[in-house]
Design a protein around this ligand. Structure first.
Ligand code: GDP
Length: 365
């Protein structure tokens, strides 16, 4: 399924980050009985203040957030693509994810050794990304060999061989597939459909800093941020140790803690929110007295498909949807007010659900 894969060199704070995510999962686990708990996976609620705003109006018995899956990828160390450490198992695990979250050490601490002997975020990023590139090179080489055989009988396959060869050259020069100039070419999509190149995935950097670094960017964070901007990647600063503590706190304690740090949203929350968006996901809402709930759909989903997320029957028997935009719902203080103000729309099968729509489906049984 759609998931974010967590990678990082040893001693950068990856486990601490994953523990914080697992804690966030367990805090909500009772609300998500349908999620199976696996040791290397965390299913975490996606923070969304709009749910609280809706709940204030509707006073439901419970609130349910959208969720996002994180997978802890073990064994990505220097030499991993050559089968060192846990070997190639990690590759299979990353391939199943859609976005990579790379935790990068941006804190100095004498008590926590760095396996490379010094703190240098860009070198760390390069080590990880080199392993990913090498893994892609190997897969692509195998593919090219097979394509060459096909090309003997099928002339069209030769064009694919040439295309794959340009991509291979690009990777061989130490570049990520995602910066391949012809990435929008149909042939890339065709190649990548089952290759699922690791370096074609979106990368987010988690700059793991210490408490001082949260208050003011240190030089490590600054260097990583500059690199991320060059690569057109997201970088999110966090202090994994503090995140772990924050997850256990009550809301008001947490808010105070964050206020003292001078931030509105914790790094972990930003990672979850932005990761959700990077996966191409969004939420629509249902707002009933039993439950105010966010439902996860891909962007550009039609109303019947969105309804199917709640129940298949909703799609099969779909008649139409009553839709109130989130802003209208809040401004009119709920459904009745929105109806009165003419803000409730009746939408049909072709309607593309918008982020934050408050939906009510009408269907035949
Ligand atoms: P992993 O090998 O990347 O999974 O690293 P861990 O999460 O186990 O962290 C390695 C060590 O670094 C542990 O002793 C953590 O307590 C410590 N650590 C993790 N995050 C931070 C941080 O933000 N600041 C500091 N000073 N230490 C941290």
């Amino acid at each position: 399924g759609l998931a974010i894969g967590l990678v990082g060199l040893p001693n950068v704070g990856k486990s601490t980050t994953f523990n914080a995510l697992t804690k966030a999962q367990n805090a909500e686990a009772a609300n998500y009985p349908f999620c199976t708990i696996e040791p290397n996976k965390a299913v975490v609620p996606v923070p969304d203040p709009r749910l609280d705003a809706l709940a204030k109006i509707v006073n439901p018995e419970r609130i349910q957030h959208s969720t996002l899956d994180f997978v802890d990828i073990a064994g990505l160390v220097k030499g991993a693509s050559k089968g060192e450490g846990l070997g190639n198992k990690f590759l299979a695990n990353i391939r199943e994810t859609e976005v990579i979250l790379q935790i990068v050490r941006c804190f100095a601490d004498e008590n926590v050794v760095h396996t490379e002997g010094s703190i240098d975020p860009l070198r760390d990023v390069e080590i990880i990304e080199t392993e990913l590139i090498l893994a892609d090179v190997e897969m692509l080489q195998n593919r090219i060999e097979r394509l060459k055989k096909q090309a003997k009988a099928d002339k069209k396959a030769q064009a694919m061989v040439d295309f794959a060869q340009t991509l291979l050259d690009h990777l061989d020069q130490g570049n990520l597939a995602r910066s391949f100039p012809e990435i929008d070419d149909d042939r890339f999509a065709e190649l990548n459909k089952d290759l699922r190149l690791l370096t074609a995935k979106e990368i987010m950097y988690g700059a793991n800093t210490d408490e001082d670094g949260l208050l003011e960017d240190n030089e490590y964070v600054q260097r990583l941020a500059a690199h991320a901007e060059e690569q057109n990647c997201e970088v999110i600063k966090l202090c994994a140790k503090i995140e772990e503590e924050l997850v256990g706190l009550e809301d008001d304690e947490r808010d105070e803690f964050l206020r003292d740090l001078g931030v509105e949203e914790s790094g972990l929350e930003q990672i979850i929110r932005k990761g959700f968006d990077k996966l191409g996901l969004m939420s629509y809402f249902t707002a009933g007295v039993k439950e105010v709930r966010a439902w996860t759909i891909r962007k550009n989903t039609t109303a019947p498909k969105a309804a199917a997320v709640i129940h298949n029957d909703f799609e099969k028997g779909f008649i139409r949807a009553e839709v109130i935009g989130y802003e209208d719902f809040v401004a009119c203080n709920g459904e009745a007010g929105a109806k009165e103000a003419g803000k409730m729309r009746l939408e049909g099968k072709e309607y593309i659900v918008q982020d934050g729509d408050v939906m009510h489906f009408r269907f035949n049984v």
